[in-house]
Write a protein that binds this ligand. Structure first.
Ligand code: SF4
Length: 370
């Protein structure tokens, strides 16, 4: 049963240097064409969307859409879908797009969670990443959102940015805590192919931080946030009690969700379905069949279950694995026993989880699953 809906808005003000998401800087007229097609894709899927608990607007930058287009989308959702079971309604936003009127419009349409792409408060690191907002925008955006009645705010942080020092990170963490968000995501910067940063790296324009410093940063984030009352419920995610992201948990728990929009993914009937990733092919697909579906991605649910599940600090329920897949987890993945012996994993009752050391070295566990 599908309980989550993801809606992808691919447009951005400019392209960040590290970004490998499905995104584009729109030409004039594209956003309104896109929104009309998105609504048609939504309409094609209405029979599947009768039990929604979460809706998540991601991107790209959803708040790049002007307010009339956003309102048109929000209204299409509330008029066409049964939202009586909805618990969490999130939109990603750029800090410099937030205004009091935008916040009020979110609240008016039932949005109860805003995820801000902050990344860092250091001007030189924002420039390195190619972000368009300035540090001052962040505090102002949070104030406007709170004044509008949004009570659940996530801040996205990036760390291990070339040129970042421990002192820079301490300043970021102080600033974040000063904003009192309910949720914090902290991801280390990863060099992805086909990004602006990748080419700069190939041309030796900068060096990455060494592994030791990156680990020190990860430890600093954990200790600072734990001390401030957050708990780490996923490798890169921290929340005040009760504010864990319901939508992300649904994805990590391998529950079914539907993605609409360019490049979105769906998890449905143990299949991973992928939408067209270019504007023209997505629009053509909607015109032709009313769906953005492009292809089915090779997908092994057992591996996904273990990889996504172990990213959560609560780990995975080994009995649930057996119920879902018909064989004991240690029979399907004998190497997990080895990680128990080396101390990267531990078993508490039915839960198999990464240890503190395992959280730092999770990739060593994940690569052995294939
Ligand atoms: S705003 Fe987000 S989606 Fe857009 S380019 Fe930057 S990182 Fe990518």
């Amino acid at each position: 049963m599908i309980e989550g809906l993801y809606i992808h808005i691919p447009f951005c003000h400019q392209i960040c240097r590290y970004c490998d998401f499905v995104k584009m800087v729109p030409q004039k007229g594209m956003p309104s064409i896109y929104v009309e097609h998105l609504i048609r894709e939504l309409e094609s899927n209405i029979p599947l969307l009768t039990n929604l608990k979460t809706i998540y607007f991601g991107g790209g930058t959803p708040t790049l859409l002007d307010q009339s287009l956003l309102a048109r989308l929000f209204e299409a959702i509330s008029h066409r879908l049964n939202l009586s079971l909805l618990e969490e309604y999130t939109i990603e936003a750029n800090p410099n797009d937030i205004t009091k009127t935008l916040g009020a419009m979110f609240v008016q349409h039932g949005i109860n969670r805003v995820s801000l792409g902050v990344q860092t408060f250091s001007p030189h690191l924002l420039t390195f990443l190619g972000r368009t907002h300035r540090p001052d925008d962040i505090g102002r955006a949070i104030q406007e959102l709170r004044a509008s009645g949004i009570k659940n705010i996530n801040i996205d942080l990036i760390y291990a940015i070339p040129g970042q020092s421990i002192q820079d990170l301490k300043m970021d963490l102080n600033q974040v805590l000063g904003c009192h968000p309910q949720h914090i995501s902290a991801y280390n910067l990863i060099l992805e192919e086909k990004t602006i940063l990748y080419h700069a790296y190939q041309n030796q324009q900068f060096e990455f931080l060494d592994d030791e410093l990156e680990l020190e940063m990860s430890d600093l984030i954990e200790s600072t946030l734990l001390e401030a009352g957050y708990h780490r419920y996923e490798i890169s995610n921290y929340a005040l009690p009760g504010y864990e992201s319901k939508h992300n948990l649904l994805v990590w728990n391998l529950e079914e969700y539907l993605g609409i929009g360019m490049g979105s993914h769906s998890q449905y009937q143990r299949k991973r379905l992928v939408n067209h990733t270019t504007f023209s092919s997505y629009i053509a697909a909607i015109d032709e069949i009313g769906l953005g579906f492009a292809h089915e991605e090779p997908y092994e649910p057992e591996i996904e279950f273990v990889m996504l599940g172990l990213r959560k600090t609560a780990g995975i329920d080994v009995d649930r694995f057996e119920t879902l897949f018909g064989q004991p987890i240690f029979q399907r993945f004998p190497e997990l026993k080895h990680h128990l012996a080396t101390g990267l994993l531990e078993k508490k009752g039915r839960q198999l989880q990464l240890t503190k050391q395992g959280l730092d070295l999770a990739n060593q566990v994940f690569v052995t699953l294939f």
